[in-house]
Design a protein around this ligand. Structure first.
Ligand code: DHB
Ligand code: FE
Length: 286
């Protein structure tokens, strides 16, 4: 059976792609951010996931304001990026796992999550930047299942809904008969606002509160409405919805293995975390 080995949360600021291409890892501006990935690399080398289920938000590449699903899931064997607008190198294509995608889609719809299913889906910096950060070498040794959450056009789904979506995905992964090691990823955030009079807004205290609560008490965060979130975390801080879904997908006992928080990267508070998901079977065996 498939197991969920844990999760990674990371920002997806596009200028990171440029910094990687220009090898700026040790520049004073970038070093404290990239350092946060040392543990991620160690954990991935040890954990060896086969598949990454990636919760992210599209920024107008695959979906635009004319047709925008609340939740969409990729069901392809390959995902291309055509995200050229930020001056970053266009990423290599990433292999998918269509069979697992269809299993998840069937389980989600049976669970009353009527998702948009995409046999052709372009992915943007919200997927490719985290991949490049997690696997800095020439090979990204996982297949992905991208799950897109609307954080762009209101009304957005609630935090509670995204947590439930994640839980449904978690149950679905664990009912997949193949022996796969699956990690879950939430991209974006934390607090940031790119436009308007509050452009550059960051809320360090609120970010710390979110990082504390999401580990053991994610339900406590569902008391905030999306509009509260915009106020407290900035208009793009709502990308935390992807983190809520990632957390929901971890069905075991979750603990924080590492946390890095650095401000700012571009306009964004950059958080990098690794979560362990101790499964029930492991707990019993211990
Ligand atoms: C930035 C942050 C984002 O989440 C994004 O999608 C694009 C840009 C930024 O801070 O520059
Ligand atoms: Fe973004």
């Amino acid at each position: 059976m498939a197991v969920i080995v844990g999760g990674v949360g990371t920002t997806h600021v596009p200028s990171i792609g440029k910094a990687i291409a220009e090898k700026k890892h040790n520049d004073p501006y970038w070093k404290p951010f990239f350092k946060g990935f040392d543990y991620v690399h160690y954990w991935l080398a040890r954990t060896k996931p086969d598949v990454a289920v990636v919760f992210y938000n599209d920024h107008g590449l695959n979906f635009f304001l004319d047709k925008l699903p609340t939740f969409a899931i990729g069901a392809a064997n390959e995902y291309r990026s055509e995200d050229e607008g930020w001056g970053i190198p266009v990423s290599r294509p990433i292999p998918g796992d269509a069979a697992l995608s269809w299993h998840l889609i069937n389980a989600l719809v049976a669970d009353e999550f009527d998702v948009t299913m995409c046999q052709d889906m372009l992915i943007d910096h919200a997927v490719t930047i985290p991949m490049a950060l997690m696997w800095p070498g020439p090979i990204w040794p996982v297949r992905i299942v991208p799950i897109e959450i609307n954080t762009v056009q209101h009304p957005l789904p609630t935090l509670a809904r995204c947590l439930k979506l994640g839980r449904s995905i978690g149950r679905a992964i664990e009912s997949y008969p193949q022996d796969l090691r699956v990690m879950v990823v939430g991209t974006g955030g934390l607090s940031h606002q790119l436009d308007g009079t509050r452009a550059g807004y960051i809320n360090k205290e609120f970010d710390a509160h979110c990082l504390d609560k999401i580990v053991g008490e994610p339900d406590a965060l569902t008391r905030y409405s999306v509009h509260d979130w915009v106020q407290l975390s900035g208009s793009q801080g709502v990308e935390f919805l992807n983190w809520m879904a990632m957390r929901g997908a971890m069905t075991g006992r979750v603990s924080e293995l590492s946390r890095n928080y650095h401000i700012p990267i571009s306009n964004t508070a950059a958080a990098t975390v690794v979560y362990d998901n101790q499964r029930q079977a492991e707990r019993k065996a211990a």
